[in-house]
Design a protein around this ligand. Sequence first.
Ligand code: DQA
Length: 154
Amino acid sequence: MRKILVLNGPNLSRLGQREPHLYGADTLGDIVRKLKAQAAVLGARIDAVQSDEEGVLVSRIIASPGVYDGIIFNPGAYTHTSVALRDALQAVPVPCIEVHLSNTAAREEFRQTSLTAAACRGQIMGFGARGYALALKGLMEVLSSDRVRKQCKR
Ligand code: DQA
């Protein structure tokens, strides 16, 4: 059974009410509930944490080795500003998939740079809430191909 940490950054607790034309009608609770059901089918267990505070997100990432096999992370606005989150992701061997509900490449210029993406295995954006499900699928594939690669090296 894989253990996956689903991290959501600032203002994502407002999903469902917050700019639904950009972020959709699903609440974060809806997203996590669907993800847990999908994880059960794929043989994974999910812990979901949302925080508006950068330091809390850093601490959860730093504490992830040995506890979690992978991370799915929507850093919200910290995506575009946080060297600390990028450093935290780079400091741990736990693979992370970055998720954005909106296609940030097609939005304001300040959203077009992700400081965190370079420290992630991959990024999924522009698919709304469905992006989290795609990230979970992708992460499970990354985890099993990493295991096969390790076995081949032995
Ligand atoms: C977001 C995109 C960010 O630019 C924004 O600050 C968010 C949400 C997304 O999921 O599309 O809070 O991460």
